[in-house]
Design a protein around this ligand. Structure first.
Ligand code: ZN
Length: 433
């Protein structure tokens, strides 16, 4: 129980240190460096050795870590877990400063992915992301991560007296109703470039060195354990940093596995995965092939390895809601702290089938973890995940699973401490089979 709570607390720390996909990769990298993983680069040739621990970063926002197996790769194949680094929220637009009433300074933003908008109101918000600076070589801009870890802005609600629809299906307008307030100013707006000045002073660079940025809002407050026995984890970005945290922790805890173990952390799942660092790219297939080549295998060994491999795509799953149980399927009703969720869909928005479910259930059984099933109500469409997308690029048996959670895509999501430890145990078992 103590270990379970400690691991849950580590997840809360991990989420807090990872306000954006860029920071999730940086935080993950720190864990890998501590466990003696070596960074590889795409523009150098790879000479790998059995038992070696490696990782690769693409676009600062996606990462693939792996341990080369000790058995011949063509026979033993890959054991892969996949998850995503990004979370829905608000991205700051270029030239973001806007004035209201000649004195309220607001930031122009656009919505990233599908957040529950109303959960972002009245929360102290901070700003984080990536900033591109001038460099000697234009092909390689100088990149800095930025985390303004202070409550610098807020999206205030309108009083209920001025919005009689506040509790009656209020739909905020994404351009006009959700802009965060950054401060009050007295000068004319044209005279000041507030955000650039703030970024420059945080990074201790000159304002004219800043060429562009990928900056996002995030909830300033840290997550916490919650519940009468602290059985829940309440935090931002549990979807899907919980899977990244469990997968990387599993990988760091093993040494010299027979199979080649891979943890794939993709970006851009929340916006469809179709980018160079998303699951709908050649990232995974290229890395897997380069692993085989780096171990002095050829294409024949690569395809043989794929045929003996297995992917667990781990992403948040919907638990039955305590107040809105009717929204869940009538017979498959996953509960928090009752085991990992196997996701199924007749229209294949999840990759699971009976064969891959059987493999996964047996891995769970070996480490004493229970499984539950999720299917959508037949009159609801539901979401998808990285599994079906990545399996169109690599021919590997695959399953979609996840932690049962509530409030998915809220600024604060809720999952269970037992399930997070269960994910660690099962992914470790996957890697050792
Ligand atoms: Zn997700």
């Amino acid at each position: 129980m103590k270990q379970t709570r400690e691991f849950a607390q580590q997840l809360i720390d991990f989420c807090y240190a990872s306000p954006t996909a860029f920071h999730a990769v940086a935080t993950t990298r720190e864990l890998l460096d501590k466990s003696k993983f070596v960074q590889l680069h795409e523009n150098t040739s790879w000479k790998l050795k059995a038992g070696g621990r490696y990782y690769l970063i693409r676009n600062d926002s996606a990462l693939i870590a792996f341990i080369a197996g000790t058995a011949p790769i063509a026979e033993q194949g890959f054991r892969i877990a996949g998850a995503h680094t990004d979370s829905p929220g608000f991205r700051i637009k270029p030239a973001p400063e806007m004035l209201a009433e000649n004195t309220y300074l607001k930031l122009n933003t656009e919505v990233y992915g599908g957040p529950i908008l109303t959960t972002w109101f009245d929360r102290p918000l901070a700003i984080a992301g990536r900033v591109a600076l001038k460099s000697k070589d234009p092909m390689q801009p100088h990149i800095r991560l930025l985390n303004i870890k202070r409550p610098v802005c807020i999206i205030p609600n309108i009083a209920i007296h001025m919005n009689s629809d506040a509790n009656n299906g209020f739909t905020p307008n994404k351009q006009t109703d959700t802009l965060p307030l950054l401060g009050m100013i007295t000068q004319k707006l044209e005279e000041k470039n507030y955000l650039s000045k703030l970024v420059a002073s945080e990074l201790r660079v000159k304002e004219n060195e800043i060429l562009d940025f990928d900056l996002f809002l995030y909830e300033y407050e840290k997550g916490s354990l919650i519940g009468s026995s602290e059985e829940f984890i309440s935090s931002a970005r549990l979807d899907d940093l919980s899977s990244i945290h469990a997968g990387i922790s599993a990988m760091c805890s093993i040494s010299k596995p027979k199979s080649t173990c891979v943890m794939a952390c993709f970006d851009h799942e929340e916006v469809g995965s179709s980018t160079m660092q998303g699951a709908d790219s050649q990232l995974l297939s290229e890395v897997l092939e380069r692993i085989v080549l780096g171990l002095k295998g050829g294409r024949d060994e690569y395809f043989r390895a794929l045929a003996s491999s297995f992917i667990v795509s781990a992403d948040g799953a919907h638990a039955v809601h305590p107040n809105m149980g009717a929204k869940a399927d009538p017979t498959s009703r996953p509960l928090i702290n009752n085991g990992l969720v196997i996701k199924l869909s007749a229209n294949r928005s999840y990759t699971t089938d009976s064969s891959t479910a059987a493999t996964f259930m047996q891995l769970c059984e070996k480490v004493g973890v229970k499984t539950q099933r999720f299917v959508n109500r037949s009159d609801m469409r539901g979401g998808s995940t990285i599994g079906p997308i990545s399996s169109t690029h690599v021919s590997i048996r695959s399953i979609d699973i996840g932690l049962p959670m509530l409030a998915m895509h809220s600024i604060r999501e809720l999952c269970g401490i037992e399930d997070h430890s269960a994910m660690l145990k099962v992914l470790r078992e996957l890697y050792q089979n």
